[in-house]
Design a protein around this ligand. Structure first.
Ligand code: URA
Length: 231
C-alpha cells in the first residue's frame, strides 16, 4: 500500500476509535468486575475463600452445592452481614439472591445504595440443610472466617442483618429488640467500624409491620454514610 494512503488510514482508524469498534481479542463475558481493588485485598480474599473451601469435616460444606462467599464491591466502606445462604444462594453461589435478597435490594435502593456500592456476606458460607438456623457449633466454626473477612474489607459501616449476625458478632446476651437502631463502635483487625443491627429481610417478610422500624435504621445508615462522606 502506498505510504501516504496507509498513514491516512491509520489516522482515520484512530479518529473513529477503531480499537473500540473492532478488536479481535475474545471478550471474557465471565470476568468478574474486581472494582479496581488492590492486589492485597484481592489476594487476601482469595486466601480466605480457599481456607473456607479447604476445611475438613464440615457437614454443611459436604451437603452444599456451592460456597457462598460474598457479593458486591470489596472496595465499599459499607458491609452487610446476614445469617446463612438459602436454596437460591446455594444454587447461585451468591448471597441474598432469593426472596429475602429482593427485599434487601429494595431496602438498599430506598437509601440510594445497591450491590455496586456495598459488600455483602454471611456468618455461615454454606447452606444449612432445610434452611434451618445454624447451630452454635457451626457459628463458632465460621466466626473466625467472617471476622477475618471484615478485617480484610475494613468497612466504616457494618450492618448486621438479624439476630444470628448480631449474636455472633456482638455477643449472645444481646436481644435485637433492644439492640437495633443503635450505633456501636467495634474493632476488627486494625480498624474500627461503626456497627448497626437491623432486622433481617426474611423476618420483615414475615412481620411487615416491623418495616417502619427498619426504615428508621436505614435512615440512620444513610445519615452515617453522608456524615462519613462515603459515596
Ligand atoms: N438469608 C441470609 O441470611 N443470607 C442469604 O444469603 C440469604 C438469605
Amino acid at each position: 500500500m502506498h505510504k501516504n494512503k496507509s498513514i491516512k488510514l491509520i489516522k482515520y482508524y484512530s479518529f473513529i476509535n477503531y480499537n473500540l469498534i473492532y478488536n479481535n481479542k475474545a471478550i471474557n463475558r465471565y470476568k468478574k468486575d474486581n472494582f479496581g481493588i488492590t492486589e492485597d485485598i484481592s489476594n487476601n480474599l482469595e486466601l480466605l475463600k480457599k481456607s473456607i473451601i479447604s476445611q475438613k469435616n464440615c457437614d454443611l460444606k459436604k451437603k452444599a452445592k456451592n460456597i457462598v462467599f460474598s457479593d458486591g464491591n470489596p472496595k465499599s466502606k459499607i458491609m452487610l452481614i446476614g445469617e446463612a445462604p438459602g436454596a437460591s444462594e446455594d444454587e447461585e453461589g451468591l448471597p441474598f439472591v432469593g426472596r429475602a435478597g429482593i427485599l434487601l435490594d429494595k431496602m438498599l435502593s430506598a437509601i440510594n445504595l445497591d450491590r455496586k456500592n456495598v459488600y455483602i456476606s454471611n456468618i455461615i458460607n454454606y447452606r444449612p440443610p432445610e434452611n434451618r438456623k445454624p447451630t452454635e457449633e457451626e457459628i463458632k466454626r465460621y466466626l473466625p472466617f467472617i471476622t477475618k473477612h471484615i478485617a480484610i474489607i475494613r468497612p466504616k459501616i457494618l450492618v448486621l442483618l438479624g439476630s444470628t449476625a448480631m449474636n455472633a458478632l456482638i455477643g449472645s446476651e444481646v436481644v435485637i429488640s433492644k439492640m437495633r437502631g443503635k450505633w456501636i463502635e467495634k474493632k476488627f483487625g486494625n480498624s474500627k467500624t461503626s456497627v448497626i443491627v437491623t432486622f433481617h429481610p426474611a423476618f420483615l417478610m414475615r412481620q411487615p409491620a416491623q418495616k417502619k422500624l427498619a426504615w428508621i435504621d436505614l435512615k440512620m445508615i444513610r445519615d452515617k454514610k453522608n456524615n462519613l462522606n462515603i459515596n
